[in-house]
Structures are given as C-alpha cells and as structure tokens.
Design a protein around this ligand. Structure first.
Ligand SMILES: Nc1ncnc2c1ncn2[C@@H]1O[C@H](COP(=O)(O)OP(=O)(O)OP(=O)(O)O)[C@@H](O)[C@H]1O
Ligand SMILES: [Mg+2]
Length: 260
C-alpha cells in the first residue's frame, strides 16, 4: 500500500530568472489535513499549478498515489482525482447554486453516451444534492450565485471541485476575504470534508492554520523552510523569524481591507 497520497521530488519552476519553485520535495500522507503557509510570492500557488498541470515544470517529478503524473495535462490530472479551487473565485453568477454544481458535475462526466443520458442525469442530480449537503448550501440551492454572500460563493466553489468526487482537494486561500463568521463556518466545513477526502490547503490566516492542520509546510522563496506538526512549526525559530515581520505589516493590512 502506498504511504503517501502526493509526493514531489525536486519539483522546479522558473519564470525567466526567477525560481518560483525550487527543487521542492513534498510528501502528503493519507488522511491528514496539510496546510501550506508562507509569505506572498513564496511559490505556494505555483506549486498547486504544477501539481494540477496548469504549469509545466522545469524539473522534478510528481507522484499521485503510486502513479507518476509529471507532465500530464490538467484534464488528465483532474480525471485521476485531483481537484482544486482558485485563489480568485469564479462561479457562474447568473446561474443558481444548484445549476453551477450541475454544470460542473455534468462536464466532469467522462463521455456523454446518449443511451446512458437518462441515468447520467439521475446520477448528476444525486451528486448535486449530496454536494449541496456537504457544503451546507441545500437551503440556497435555487438562489442565483451572483447574489450569494462572499462566504457562500467560496463554499460553492469548493462544491464545484467536490462534485466529481476527487481523491485530493487543493484549496488556495479559501477563507481569503471572508468575515470572521464566514471563516468559522468554512473552517468547520473543511474539517468535515477532511474526514473523507485528502486536502492540502494554502492559508494565510494563522489562527485557521493552527486550528485545522495536522501537518504544516512552510514555504519561502520557492523552497520548504520547515515542515511538521503545528507544535513543531510554532516552536521553529526560522519560521518565527520569517513571520514576525509579516504579522506586523501584512496581516493587519489584510484585516483592514476586509472590514473596510
Ligand atoms: N505566470 C507567472 N509569470 C511570471 N511570474 C510568476 C507567474 N506566476 C507566479 N510568478 C511569480 O512567482 C513567484 C511565486 O508566486 P506564487 O503566486 O506562486 O506565490 P504565492 O506563494 O502563491 O503568493 P501569494 O501568497 O501572494 O498568493 C512570485 O514572485 C510571482 O510573482
Ligand atoms: Mg498564491
């Protein structure tokens, strides 16, 4: 049996002269909620882009369970069961919550066989209902997505990633821009999901990270600065140094922006 869900070996990405991801060797153990933290520009989103095939790496390898997925196209990786949400939220604002899920669920079907269309329809409908429950939006199923609160849009986005029943979910700053109450609700949902699916979450909110993560990886300048349990990370001198400056400036700016 494989001990890991996702593993990278010396994964590297350059943008011109900039090394955004620098020989990153990362290991995700099954059944653990793994958080990636690190200052702006550390390479966190680029790392997700490499895993999901949106960017081609300049070196290194990626394995998902026992299978090497280096160089596969995004749709192939998605089909193998890795789904992600984007840092910038994107739903279909004119459509209802349920229809947003329906469209994504239907598009996720491998091929549209006319003889199986009716059962496919039923399957998708069941998936939509199950996903609505998972993300806690059943009561808002008929609401136009464009009229949802920010926190509900974020949950819907997670639902759109979930509907095709992925094995690994990559969440890029899901609570960014949320009010404290929305954050709390989203965090509860993410914790519930983590019981049934492997999750890597990029998150800036340290309170959230230390509340939910089983393991934390700290990135800085494209590389891993430290990795381990929340207790180990909290006690790590280099992490404290990397974050002391940050907490004083950036975190407060973000807070002000949210409440402005
Ligand atoms: N498509 C691109 N072309 C050129 N440079 C890029 C591109 N994408 C990212 N970069 C650069 O690579 C570095 C890592 O960016 P990345 O978005 O991965 O950081 P991040 O850790 O996700 O930051 P943040 O916390 O702000 O989201 C940054 O210096 C960024 O400017
Ligand atoms: Mg990012």
């Amino acid at each position: 049996m494989s001990e890991f869900v996702l593993r990278t070996e010396n994964l590297t990405k350059r943008f011109g002269g900039l090394i955004a991801v620098d020989k990153l060797s990362f290991n995700l153990a099954g059944g653990r909620l793994h958080a990636i933290i690190g200052p702006n520009g550390a390479g966190k989103t680029t790392f997700f882009n490499l895993i999901s095939g949106l960017l081609t790496s300049d070196g290194g390898r990626v394995f998902f369970h026992e299978r090497e997925i280096t160089g596969l196209k995004p749709h192939q990786i998605s089909r193998l069961g890795i789904k992600r949400t984007l840092q910038i939220k994107s739903v279909f604002p004119q459509l209802s919550v349920a229809d947003n899920l329906w469209i994504t669920g239907f598009a996720g079907q491998r091929f549209l066989n006319p003889f199986r269309a009716a059962s496919g329809d039923r399957d998708t409908r069941e998936k939509v209902e199950r996903t609505l429950e998972q993300i806690g939006l059943t009561a808002l199923a008929r609401r136009q997505a464009g009229t949802l609160s920010y926190g509900d849009v974020a949950l819907l986005e997670i639902g759109m990633a979930l509907i095709s029943e992925p094995r690994l979910l990559l969440l890029d700053e899901p609570t960014c821009g949320m009010s404290p109450a929305e954050t709390e609700r989203a965090v509860t949902k993410i914790q519930e999901l983590a019981q049934v699916i492997d999750i890597i979450i990029i998150e800036h909110d340290m309170e959230v990270v230390f509340e939910i993560a089983d393991d934390i990886t700290v990135m800085a300048q494209g590389a891993i600065l430290a990795s381990g349990s929340p207790e180990k990370i909290a006690a790590d001198e280099r992490v404290r140094e990397a974050y002391l400056g940050r907490e004083e400036d950036e975190d407060y700016v973000e807070e002000e922006e949210v409440h402005a």
